[in-house]
Design a protein around this ligand. Structure first.
Ligand code: NAD
Ligand code: LMR
Length: 327
């Protein structure tokens, strides 16, 4: 029998957690032959709710779920974890930007970064979902100096999926016809959802859309502000679509992105495409054998460069605001 993969999930009793862990237990991350162990972390007041979730996991009788660990201790949750999905954090309310959560959520990623450093498996890969995801990821990464920096990623896959979906709807083409979409920068309202380098049925997306003003004035702000729009409509932030994007992020990183296509991931920046260094910046990446590579050689025009500069400046400001949390 194949050894189980250990998946730590923080905030497992929350809304995203509830939409996520049943899919992991069902085999959605690693396929129908790969057993998993779930290591679920919550804060003490949510442990009763977590016990209830664990009862439901048992009642699903998932054949691939070999063990479920419930804990309020990060050292236990991350012990020998092969994957750490850092979801547990406060969501924003209507009228807030995600960066307004930094003072409430940043400290979580200091202590969890340290626990990751001391406990995870040698091959561990980390995905930060809790907002503001890029800067929380930076905090966790810098507090885990013994884990290679490239193992830390922030989730911008929800924005990527939103962009793909908007383009498919606009052009009346199926989703799989829309490829090479990119989210540049921060998971925030300054992100740059890039349709100009995307393709539809293998053709440049702008030519198929045939309306650059729609791309600039409707598509970009729709994707940038979609999270707030969901909060206004639902009275709670996106949960099922966020869990789905987290599944997609791990699937891509584990099994690779489709040939010729790429996906968006927030990864440690080293200055590509005039992005600032030393932040977690979302780029187009290809993935092979579990290793992502930033797509090279895309030509940027003034519009692209201006958008990338704006989102980069916001990430630098977020980093400055939490400088005390970065050893
Ligand atoms: P939620 O409030 O429903 O659940 C959060 C859970 O985290 C709660 O159960 C809480 O007890 C737990 N928690 C809080 N502090 C913790 C800690 N230190 N350790 C472990 N668990 C802890 O919120 P949600 O809707 O599940 O959203 C979770 C986070 O994900 C929010 O910050 C939200 O803004 C973010 N989010 C990100 C994206 C993205 O695309 N990156 C998308 C949607 C939501
Ligand atoms: C989203 O994009 O839906 C999440 O980041 C939640 C939010 O605060 O917008």
């Amino acid at each position: 029998m194949t050894d189980p993969i250990r998946v730590a999930v923080t905030g497992a009793a929350g809304n995203i957690g509830y939409a996520l862990i049943f899919r992991i237990a069902n085999g959605d991350l690693f396929g129908p032959d790969q057993p998993v162990i779930l290591q679920l972390l919550e804060i003490p007041p949510a442990m009763d709710a977590l016990e209830g979730v664990a009862m439901e996991l048992e009642d699903c009788a998932f054949p691939l779920l070999t063990q479920t660990v419930l804990t309020d201790e990060p050292d236990v949750a991350f012990a020998s974890a092969n994957w750490a999905l850092l979801v547990g954090a406060r969501p924003r309310a209507a009228g807030m930007e995600r960066k307004d959560l930094l003072s409430a959520n940043g400290p979580i990623f200091v202590s969890q970064g340290r626990a990751i450093n001391d406990n995870v498996a040698d091959d561990a890969r980390i995905v930060v979902v809790g907002n503001p995801a890029n800067t929380n990821c930076l905090i966790a990464m810098r507090n885990a100096p013994d884990v290679p920096a490239e193992r830390f990623t922030a989730m911008t896959r929800l924005d990527h999926n939103r962009a793909q979906s908007q383009l498919a709807q606009k052009t009346g083409r199926p989703l799989h016809a829309v490829t090479n979409v990119t989210i540049w920068g921060n998971h925030s309202a300054t992100q740059y959802p890039d349709a100009f380098h995307a393709q539809i049925d293998g053709q440049p997306a702008p030519a198929v859309v045939g309306d650059d003003s729609w791309i600039k004035e409707t598509f970009i702000p729709t994707v940038q502000k979609r999270g707030a729009e969901v909060i206004a409509a639902r009275g709670a932030s996106s949960a099922a679509s966020a869990a789905n994007a987290c599944i997609n992020h791990v699937q891509s990183w584990h099994a690779g992105a489709a040939e010729g296509d790429w996906v968006s991931m927030g990864v440690p920046s080293t200055g590509e495409y005039h992005s600032p260094t030393g932040v977690i910046f979302s780029y187009p990446v290809t993935i092979r054998d579990g290793v992502y590579r930033i797509v090279q050689g895309l030509e940027l025009n003034d519009f692209d460069r201006e958008k990338i500069a704006a989102t980069g400046a916001e990430l630098l400001a977020e980093r400055a605001a939490i400088a005390d949390s970065l050893p």
